[in-house]
Ligand binder design. Sequence first.
Ligand SMILES: CC(=O)N[C@H]1[C@@H](OP(=O)(O)OP(=O)(O)OC[C@H]2O[C@@H](n3ccc(=O)[nH]c3=O)[C@H](O)[C@@H]2O)O[C@H](CO)[C@@H](O)[C@@H]1O
Length: 385
Amino acid sequence: MQSNKKPANRKLAPNGVIGPQRIIISGGGTGGHIFPAIAIANALKKLNPQHEILFVGALGRMEMEKVPAAGYQIIGLDIQGIQRGSIWKNVMFPVKLLKSVRKALTIIKDFKPNAVVGVGGYASGPLLYAASLKGIPYLIQEQNSYAGVTNKWLSKKAETICVAFDGMGQFFPQDKIIKTGNPVRKESVDIANKRISSLELLKLSTAKKTILITGGSLGAGTLNKSVMAGLDKLIAADVQVIWQTGKYYYKDIVEKLGENYHPNIRIMEFLNRMDLAYAAADVIISRAGAGTIAELCIIKKPVILVPSPNVAEDHQTKNALALVQTNAAMLVADRDAEEKLIDKVLELLKDAAKRKTLGDNIGKLALPNADEVIAKEVIQITIDN
Ligand SMILES: CC(=O)N[C@H]1[C@@H](OP(=O)(O)OP(=O)(O)OC[C@H]2O[C@@H](n3ccc(=O)[nH]c3=O)[C@H](O)[C@@H]2O)O[C@H](CO)[C@@H](O)[C@@H]1O
């Protein structure tokens, strides 16, 4: 791993193995923040099952369901993001922020953490700020190639900042940065020897080519429109589709098409077993969220990325270009997707050599042990302080 930290200044924990520590992991909002957090927690538990881990999230957000499902305890703060375009929707923001910092201080007082980890998302800000007030060391894990205002501000007092992309010195103090890659849940990329069983489980044919379409943890309107526009072509080509619509779009699509629209097309709201979906796929169409990209590099399959244009500083395009520049993925711009995406994927399905090249090249970018490296860094800051 590339590190800018000076080893001479650090007392190293032997492989991160020390007695039980108490760690708070804060953040969430979307899968892109939650699943790396769970991966770090799992890696900490692997280092020492006695480590005690508490999650802090935002009430009403996805983490309040996904974290307990992964076997961890979570406390919710009543916090939301600043909503663009309406002053009225933000009237309560300062009050909620203040209340959340107060609650974060109480959580820290009660739980007495040795260290805090922030993965980004609404709850991360108040919790890390409270940690800084109490002198608790904290680590930031930044998934994207672009850092938001809150993480930049919090980075000043962070012990360590774990990143996944080069060039993050423009946002964070250079001497705190370690390039670890993004942590992924091991079970979501464990695809070996699962192709046939997962196709059978999905009641799909093992003899036909299969396209996986994933719009990230919330789904993607553009991908759904593109599939809708290309359904006739997909059916005519006799290829299979695992179509993750996302929670907000599922009902509408199923109302229009019916749940069992066609034997070749599986319409799913959310994929609880990414490993099975990845294993079944011959090609993948995806948004360019940082967590999904980290997984795609590990599973080494040919990918067409359609970056979301609705994210800060267009960071998904930057995430995607890091792959496209080394011929490790294809890119279709959001504005072109409805017209071109399905033609592109059908072309790729006919071109075995191109699929092999893309799969080989994306595999070269994998950083599969990010979770373990970060977990050791978390333990390290409990020792350094
Ligand atoms: C719209 C938006 O704000 N997107 C951001 C969000 O993406 P988003 O929340 O979509 O996150 P990512 O693409 O990074 O990761 C998605 C995660 O959800 C999992 N998954 C996805 C679909 C599914 O059906 N089942 C499932 O388990 C994937 O395996 C992956 O682990 O966080 C990312 C990481 O900060 C950012 O790069 C994205 O720009």
